[in-house]
Design a protein around this ligand. Sequence first.
Ligand SMILES: Nc1nc2c(ncn2[C@@H]2O[C@H](COP(=O)(O)OP(=O)(O)O)[C@@H](O)[C@H]2O)c(=O)[nH]1
Ligand SMILES: [Mg+2]
Length: 266
Amino acid sequence: MGEKADVQMAQNPFEPYVESLRQQLEEQDPVFLIGVVVALAVVIITFVFLKYFLTSKTVRSAVLLVGLCDSGKTLLFSRLLSGKFKRTQTSITDSSAPYKAKNDRGSTWTLIDLPGHDSLRPQYLEKFKSAARAIVFVVDSAIFQKEVRDVAEFLYNLLTDPVISRNTPAVLVACNKQDVTMAKSAKLIQQQLEKELNTLRVTRSAALSSQDGSVGRSLYLGRKGKDFEFSQLPLKVEFLECSARGSKGEEGDADVEKLERSLAKL
Ligand SMILES: Nc1nc2c(ncn2[C@@H]2O[C@H](COP(=O)(O)OP(=O)(O)O)[C@@H](O)[C@H]2O)c(=O)[nH]1
Ligand SMILES: [Mg+2]
């Protein structure tokens, strides 16, 4: 019996190496061994987490239409889905439908029209923000001058939201109603919003710190000590012009090509 084992040992060419490795390991400091095990564990856990985060990103497939009341979200919603003009009613609930992006991959997003009314907005945003792959922020360019304050506040709340700044969905600012003669251009709207957000972030963080004495919870928008620009944000903010109504009125096509192109790139 003992002879048999000896023969087997002699046959295994790796046996001497394994044996010396075992001896070396035994000579090592146990702290070193624990270190090796911990390092391996950390690497494995990192991989599992990475995989989890990457897959959870692909799960996010909602495209949210948000914006103040009457900015044209519901009309954009039906234009993107069917191309048809619809007389809209004030929406009090959300509606959603699958939207096929115009790209080769044939990506399908869930387009969600959120009600714009002030009292309903937070609860619906809360419901869908974690699923957002992109947020289409619709602005009424025709009366932008009058609404700039409200638009900036809404955008500020969106951009400083902890879930949104963690998930970093693409934000597409759709400067709608470009068919109206007095409509402001996307460039001008961007500049005005940057100016407005620049002051808003100072007043907001000051108000917060005087309230509870800490600024830890709130997120400071952009870079400190520099004038605010959208390019400072961790998420991509893109400004584009569109007209859900279109220049030819209700019978004609909408002018939403730029928006469709951006949605195809998501
Ligand atoms: N002139 C013009 N009117 C628009 C445009 N988009 C929407 N509207 C009108 O603006 C009003 C509000 O649109 P709606 O889609 O209900 O806005 P919502 O409250 O954001 O859903 C409706 O009377 C639309 O016909 C546009 O691009 N140009
Ligand atoms: Mg609506």
